[in-house]
Design a protein around this ligand. Structure first.
Ligand SMILES: Nc1ncnc2c1ncn2[C@@H]1O[C@H](COP(=O)(O)OP(=O)(O)O)[C@@H](O)[C@H]1O
Ligand SMILES: [Mg+2]
Length: 260
């Protein structure tokens, strides 16, 4: 199977400020990480808070520099990619409220990036915005609205529509449903699955919550303290977790089907 993303020896340290007479502390946020994602798959990156998931995501999205290692997108280091190619990687954040401009109507939120990247306008742009809203399960009436008029789930759908407007091949979704009610979570996860199956979009799905991974991901990567603890096909990780850490993550799930 073709690899869409390859990460080799990735390292990223943060240096904390000195407090009083203490010394500077170096946090190894990402510590020699290797993994790859097959094109067309959903890869889950899981681990407790502070394990380095977001830092990896930000490095892939080009929002953070890294100290060493490489990130290849479709075989080429990201640093050599043009803006046009980088558009094929989109990043969805947990915090939908801050992801959307509060003063911008949904219409502009979705159409601005299309105008910028594809030089589409007029009736064609109009149709494109409607098509994207429909794809994420919303109707045309949402175009006139502002972010504060929407529910959390609706805002996340708009964020997804905006990401889709750029015709991404890889979407990094960083805790995309963690702020949502359980029933809404299920709907958004279903949307991700549909986009994966129908539109063949590859996902790096980041979560601290292993409950949502089982029915979603093809492959699971487990992180702790900046390092990968284990990785493998979802079935394998769930049926035969190799490390105590993964077992604890699985067994701490309330009413877990994996509890012995
Ligand atoms: N900008 C930053 N400055 C200093 N430390 C940071 C910064 N961003 C993240 N960290 C630290 O790096 C580690 C990994 O953080 P993060 O990647 O956000 O983990 P996760 O997304 O798994 O919760 C944590 O110890 C966090 O405090
Ligand atoms: Mg995070």
């Amino acid at each position: 199977m073709k690899k869409i993303l390859e990460i080799n020896n990735l390292k990223k340290n943060f240096r904390t400020e000195r407090i009083f007479f203490g010394s500077n502390k170096i946090i190894k946020a990402v510590d020699d990480v290797f993994f790859s994602i097959n094109s067309g798959e959903i890869c889950a990156l899981v681990g407790e808070s502070g394990s380095g998931k977001t830092t990896i995501a930000r490095c892939i999205a080009g929002l953070e520099t890294f100290d060493s290692g490489s990130i290849l997108f479709k075989g080429t280091p990201l640093i050599f990619k043009t803006k046009e190619e980088r558009r094929k990687i989109q990043y969805i954040f947990q915090d939908t409220y801050n992801s959307l401009n509060p003063r911008m109507r949904i219409d502009d939120t979705i159409s601005e990036p299309i105008k910028y990247h594809f030089e589409i306008k007029g009736q064609k742009l109009n149709e494109e915005v409607n098509k994207l809203l429909k794809k994420v399960g919303l109707n045309e009436s949402f175009r006139k609205k502002f972010p504060h008029e929407l529910s959390g789930g609706q805002r996340q759908r708009i964020v997804i529509a905006r990401a889709l407007s750029l015709k991404p091949e890889l979407i990094i979704a960083d805790e995309p449903v963690s702020n949502l009610d359980v029933s809404i979570q299920a709907q958004i996860l279903q949307l991700f699955l549909e986009l994966n199956i129908k539109d063949k979009i590859t996902f790096l799905f980041i979560t601290h919550d292993l409950r949502i991974v089982y029915n979603l991901a093809d492959y699971v990567i487990v992180m702790k303290d900046g390092k990968i603890v284990e990785q493998g096909q979802t079935q394998k990780i769930y049926s035969k977790p190799q490390s105590d850490y993964t077992q604890n993550l699985l067994y701490s799930i309330p009413a877990s089907p994996f509890k012995n």
